[in-house]
Design a protein around this ligand. Structure first.
Ligand code: BMA
Length: 917
C-alpha cells in the first residue's frame, strides 16, 4: 500500500491468522570466494545478504568509488538464512498452516525443522506451502539456503544450452532473477541473494480465500462489469466428534458464502453479489478448480460508472471491490480489497498508408504518450519504501509524464507502484521480465516463465493504470539484428515461442482486456523487420550509438510511429557524483569515475556526442565537463522529443530511456541514483507540458520546405493566439518580423511555415529566431528561441548575465538580468549544498529580460552569494567561452612546447654540426 492511500483499505478480517517471520534471522555464508568468514550474522528480512554485510560493517559502501569490484564474489556465495520461532501449541488437527513467501532471491531450499519444504528458483514468483505437519510446540527452526546465483545460472545453462545475451556475459538469461542485477549498461554487478519479500505463517481452518482474478470492463453505454474468479481452498476435514467438541470451529464441509461488494469512489455500495458454495463432494457451482480448490466466478454489473482517465484527460475515480469468504454462521474466513477503475485501454495498431500505427487509446480517446522507462529504483530493491516510490514516481508526474514503461530487465514491480499509478492517472506499460537476450524454451525454464507470467498477470490485472503488456525488451530485435540468428543452431527455440504463443495465450485466458506486443521494438505485421519506423514501435539507439556521427540532430532523420526507447547519457548530478567518487579533484576519466560509466564505449560516445555542439571543456575542470555533458543530454532530448512530438498523430508518443537510476552512474536517466533531478529533468518538464512550441526543420512530405514552427496542443480545448516571429541579433536588434494567427485544435499539432526572411540568417553565429505565442490579451503563452548555429559557434557574450541573490524564508532567490542573449541559465545548487534544489533550469533570456530562480535549501544555512559563484551559476555562453579559453591556452602551451622541442632538437644538431668535419 501507499504511504497515504486516498482510499484506505480496511484491515482484513482475522480469519486467517498471519504471523510474520521477519525477526531473529541470522546469515551464514557457507561457501564461496568471500574473503572473510560470515557466521550467524544478524540479518534483515526482507533483505539481501549484501545489505546485511554492509549493515554489519563488513563491506564498504558498494556504490562508492570502485568498491563494486571488491565484491566480485557476490554472485558466487552459498548462504544460509536461519531463524527460530516459538509456538505455544502445535497446530490443531483441523488447522492448516501455510508458509508464505512473497519473493525468494533466487535458488532457495526451504527447510523447516530439518525437513525440506521446497526447492525453488524464481525471484518473480511467490510461494505458499502447507507446513502444519512440520511445526511443533516450542522452538521451530526455519532455514533457507540460497545457492550461488551465478553457479546456479551456469548449471542451468548446461541444461538449457547457452543462449546469446549482451553485456558482461553473465548468464542472466538462464536464471529467473532480475536480469540487471547481474550488471547492465547503467548498473553494477552486485548480485543479491536473500529473502526478497515478506515471509510468514498463515493459519486457517475451514477454508481460505485464494487467488482472485479480476476482469473489469466497461461498455460504450458506461455499464461497468466486475468479474472476479475467486479460488476457494478448503481446509482439512474435521471429524464430527472434533466439530462437536469444539463448537467454535466450523466443520469443513459446511456451506460457504462468497460475497462481492463494489463501492463507488465515495464509498457507497453500488453492487453486491452473493454466491453459495456447496459442501465438497457436491459439484462446485463455479468453473471447477484444482484439487482442494474451487473456482467461482462472481459478477457484478454497475450502470452508469464514472470512467477512469489518464492524467491530463480527466479524473481517476477508483471503485473498491471487496470479496469476502464467509462460513456457515457468517464468520468471515477471508476478505480482500482492491481498487479498480472503469476504462477501455490499449495500444491500437491500425494499418494505414504509412504502415502500422501505434496509438494509445483510453476510452477510445487517442492519448499522446509522454513517458519514460522505469528500471528497478535501487540495486537492492528490498530497501525501497512507500516514500521512495512516491518520490520517484513524483519525478515522472511533476515532469508532466502520463506513462511509465516497466522495463523487462527488472521486476514485475511492487504493488506500491501500480497503486500510485492508479491514483495519479499514470498509464503503465508492463514488460514481461525478459530482456536483451535469447531465452531457452526448454524445461524447466519454460514452466517457470509460464508460472511467473500467470501469477503476475493476475496480480496486476486489478490496476486501472496498467494498459499494455509487452513480451520482452529487444529480444526480437536481438534475434534479427544482433547476430543471434546467424549463431543459433537451426531450429533452436530462442524465446519467440514465449512472445508469440505462450504469453498471448495466457493473456487470452487470464487478462484479455489490454493490448499486447511480443517485444519492443516490434513491427507488426513484419516481425523480421523490428527497426522499421513505419510499423509499430522503435528503440532509436542509432543516434546515440553511431560510430561516426552521434550528433543528436539525427533524431530528425526518422519519423517513427512510436518511440518506445531513445535517450542520451549525462552524468549524475553534482552532489551525487561527489559522494560516489571520493577522490579530489574529480576527473572525468579517472578509474573511479569510469567505474560509474557502464555503457560500451560510453565515455567516448558522451564526448563525441557533445563535440558537434560544444567546445571541449577545460581538461582541468571537472565542473565544465559535468556541465557540458549534462547540458548536452538535455539538448539531445529537446531535439528528439521536439521532433517526435511534432509528428503527432503519426507518432503516438515517446517513452524516453530512462526515468531513474539504481545507483550513482553516468546514464540516460533524467533523475539520478540519489534522487536528484538532472538538467534533463527540467527539460522534460517543458517537453511534456500540455503546450509545446518548437522550431523544426522542414521535412519531405510534411508542411513547409524550410523551418516551421510546430505547436503541439495536448489539451482538451482549442489553443488559439498569435504567433510572433522575430529574427534578432544576439545583441537584441530585430532584423525581421512576422506574425500569424494560429488555431490548434484540441489534442493536435499544427505547423506554421516560417517565411524565408525569418528562417534564413545573415550571420548564423550572431542571430536567433524568437517565436512567441501570445493569447488574445497579448500575454506570452509560450516561447521558443531557435539558434542558427551550434553553441560552439555562437557569439554568446559570456558576461551578459547579471545576478544577485537574497534569502527569502527557507529559499534563496536569485534575480537574473540579461545584458545580451543568455542561453540556458542553470544553478548547480547541489554544488553548494547536497539538498539544495532549484525550481527552474535552462532559462534563455533575451537582452534586457529579467527572471528569478528560487533555490530551496532544507534547513537553510547557505550563504546566498555562494549560489552566484563561478561553476554554480552557469549558462552556455560562459561555458563556451571557458572552453575556447582552455583551447587557446592549450594551443599556446603546444606552441611553447613545440618551440621547446625544436630548441631541444636543434641543440644536438648544432653540436653535431660543429662536430662535423
Ligand atoms: C536499451 C534498453 C536497455 C539499455 C538501454 C541503453 O537496450 O532496453 O537494455 O540499458 O537501451 O543502452
Amino acid at each position: 500500500m501507499t504511504d497515504q492511500p486516498r482510499h484506505p483499505r480496511p484491515a482484513p478480517a482475522a480469519a486467517v491468522r498471519r504471523r510474520d517471520l521477519h525477526s531473529g534471522w541470522t546469515l551464514t555464508v557457507e561457501d564461496g570466494p568471500i574473503p572473510f568468514p560470515v557466521r550467524d550474522l544478524p540479518a534483515t528480512v526482507p533483505g539481501t545478504f549484501l545489505t546485511d554485510l554492509h549493515d554489519a560493517g563488513l563491506i564498504e559502501e558498494p556504490y562508492r568509488d570502485r568498491n563494486e569490484h571488491d565484491l566480485a564474489w557476490s554472485g558466487e556465495c552459498d548462504l544460509l538464512y536461519r531463524t527460530a520461532f516459538p509456538l505455544a501449541e502445535a497446530p490443531a488437527p483441523h488447522e492448516r498452516v501455510d508458509l508464505v513467501a512473497r519473493s525468494l532471491d533466487t535458488a532457495a531450499t526451504v527447510v523447516l525443522n530439518g525437513e525440506t519444504v521446497a526447492v525453488v528458483q524464481n525471484q518473480h514468483r511467490s510461494w505458499r506451502w502447507p507446513v502444519e505437519q512440520l511445526l511443533r510446540r516450542g522452538e521451530n527452526i526455519l532455514e533457507i539456503r540460497f545457492a550461488s546465483p551465478l553457479r546456479t545460472a551456469r548449471e542451468n545453462q548446461q541444461v538449457l544450452g547457452e543462449m546469446p545475451k549482451i553485456g558482461n556475459e553473465l548468464p542472466y538469461n538462464a536464471i529467473r532473477k532480475m536480469a540487471c542485477n547481474l550488471g547492465w549498461d547503467w548498473g553494477p554487478v552486485l548480485v543479491t541473494s536473500g529473502i526478497a519479500g515478506p515471509i510468514g505463517l498463515e493459519t486457517w481452518q475451514e477454508a481460505r480465500l485464494g487467488t482472485l482474478r479480476p476482469l473489469v470492463e466497461v461498455t460504450p453505454d458506461d455499464t461497468g462489469t466486475v468479474r472476479v474468479e475467486a479460488q476457494v481452498e478448503r481446509g482439512p476435514a474435521l471429524s464430527v466428534a472434533e466439530a462437536d467438541s469444539d463448537p467454535g470451529q466450523e466443520a469443513t464441509g459446511r456451506p460457504l458464502t462468497l460475497n462481492l461488494l463494489v463501492s463507488d469512489p465515495d464509498g457507497t455500495v453500488v453492487a453486491e453479489v452473493e454466491h453459495l458454495l456447496g459442501a465438497p463432494g457436491t459439484p462446485p457451482a463455479g468453473h471447477g478448480g484444482t484439487a482442494g480448490q474451487e473456482a467461482v466466478e462472481l459478477r457484478a454489473e454497475l450502470p452508469a460508472v464514472r470512467r477512469w482517465w489518464p492524467r491530463g484527460y480527466g479524473e481517476q475515480p477508483l471503485y473498491t471491490v471487496e470479496v469476502t469468504l464467509a462460513g456457515a454462521e457468517g464468520t468471515v474466513l477471508g476478505r480482500e480489497h482492491h481498487r479498480v477503475g472503469f476504462r477501455t485501454a490499449g495500444f491500437a495498431e491500425t494499418a494505414d498508408e504509412i504502415g502500422m500505427s501505434f496509438t494509445m487509446l483510453v476510452n477510445d480517446q487517442p492519448i499522446l504518450v509522454k513517458g519514460a522507462n522505469w528500471i528497478p529504483d535501487d540495486c537492492f530493491p528490498t530497501r525501497l519504501t512507500p516514500q521512495s516510490y512516491r518520490r520517484s514516481i513524483g519525478h515522472a508526474l511533476e515532469a508532466g509524464m502520463n506513462t511509465l514503461r516497466i522495463w523487462g530487465g527488472g521486476l514485475y514491480e511492487s504493488e506500491l507502484l501500480y497503486d500510485i499509478a492508479d491514483e495519479e492517472g499514470l498509464l503503465v506499460w508492463q514488460d514481461f521480465a525478459m530482456a536483451c537476450a535469447a531465452y531457452s524454451e526448454l524445461e524447466p525454464l519454460r514452466s517457470e516463465i509460464e508460472a511467473e507470467a500467470r501469477e503476475n498477470i493476475v496480480r496486476l490485472a486489478w490496476h486501472a493504470s496498467l494498459v499494455h503488456w509487452n513480451g520482452s525488451n529487444e529480444n526480437v530485435e536481438g534475434y534479427h539484428h544482433w547476430g543471434w540468428k546467424e549463431t543459433l543452431p537451426e531450429g533452436t527455440a530462442w524465446g519467440n515461442g514465449y512472445y508469440t504463443q505462450l504469453l498471448p495465450s495466457l493473456l487470452a485466458e487470464l487478462d484479455p482486456s489490454r493490448s499486447y506486443t511480443p517485444s519492443s521494438p516490434y513491427s507488426r505485421p513484419r516481425p523480421e523487420d523490428p527497426r522499421n519506423p513505419d510499423f509499430g514501435t522503435v528503440h532509436n539507439w542509432v543516434v546515440w550509438a553511431s560510430e561516426d556521427d552521434n550528433s543528436y540532430i539525427h533524431y530528425r532523420d526518422t519519423s517513427p510511429r512510436f518511440a518506445a526507447e531513445f535517450g542520451w547519457q549525462g552524468p549524475a548530478s553534482w552532489a551525487t557524483v561527489a559522494r560516489a567518487v571520493t577522490e579530489r579533484p574529480l576527473r572525468a576519466d579517472s578509474p573511479a569515475m569510469l567505474s560509474h560509466q557502464k555503457a560500451i564505449r560510453g565515455q567516448e560516445k558522451l564526448v563525441a556526442g557533445y563535440r558537434p555542439h560544444f567546445p571541449d571543456p577545460d581538461p582541468e575542470s571537472f565542473a565544465d565537463f559535468h556541465f557540458t555533458t549534462s547540458l548536452n543530454q538535455a539538448r539531445a532530448l529537446q531535439v528528439g522529443i521536439g521532433h517526435y512530438r511534432s509528428l503527432w498523430p503519426r507518432c503516438g508518443g515517446t517513452i524516453i530511456w530512462q526515468l531513474n537510476d539504481c545507483w550513482p552512474v553516468t546514464s540516460w536517466a533524467a533523475v539520478d541514483g540519489e534522487d536528484r533531478r538532472k538538467l534533463l529533468w527540467y527539460a522534460m518538464r517543458e517537453l511534456y507540458a500540455p503546450v509545446l512550441l518548437t522550431v523544426q526543420p522542414g521535412r519531405d512530405g510534411l508542411p513547409g520546405d524550410g523551418l516551421r514552427a510546430s505547436l503541439g496542443n495536448d489539451q482538451a480545448t482549442e489553443l488559439s493566439g498569435t504567433l510572433q516571429l522575430h529574427r534578432r541579433s544576439l545583441a537584441g536588434e530585430v532584423l525581421a518580423s512576422a506574425q500569424e494567427d494560429v488555431r490548434v485544435p484540441a489534442r493536435s499539432a499544427v505547423h506554421v511555415p516560417i517565411p524565408e526572411e525569418l528562417a534564413v540568417p545573415a550571420d548564423a553565429s550572431a542571430e536567433m529566431l524568437v517565436v512567441t505565442l501570445r493569447d488574445a490579451a497579448g500575454a506570452a503563452r509560450s516561447r521558443t528561441v531557435h539558434f542558427f548555429a551550434a553553441d560552439r559557434d555562437l557569439e554568446l557574450d559570456p558576461e551578459a548575465l547579471r545576478a544577485s541573490a537574497r534569502a527569502e524564508g527557507e529559499e534563496i532567490v536569485i534575480d537574473l538580468e540579461a545584458h545580451g542573449t543568455v542561453r540556458d541559465v542553470c544553478v548547480i545548487a547541489d554544488r553548494v549544498h547536497p539538498d539544495a534544489v532549484a525550481d527552474r533550469a535552462l532559462l534563455t533570456l533575451l537582452p534586457g529580460e529579467r527572471a528569478s530562480i528560487r533555490v530551496s535549501v532544507p534547513g537553510g544555512g547557505v550563504n546566498p552569494a555562494a549560489l552566484l559563484a563561478p561553476g554554480v551559476l552557469r549558462h552556455a555562453g560562459e561555458l563556451v567561452a571557458r572552453g575556447r579559453d582552455a583551447a587557446e591556452r592549450a594551443r599556446t602551451r603546444d606552441r611553447r612546447s613545440a618551440g621547446d622541442e625544436r630548441r631541444h632538437v636543434e641543440a644536438p644538431e648544432a653540436v653535431a654540426e660543429v662536430a662535423a668535419p
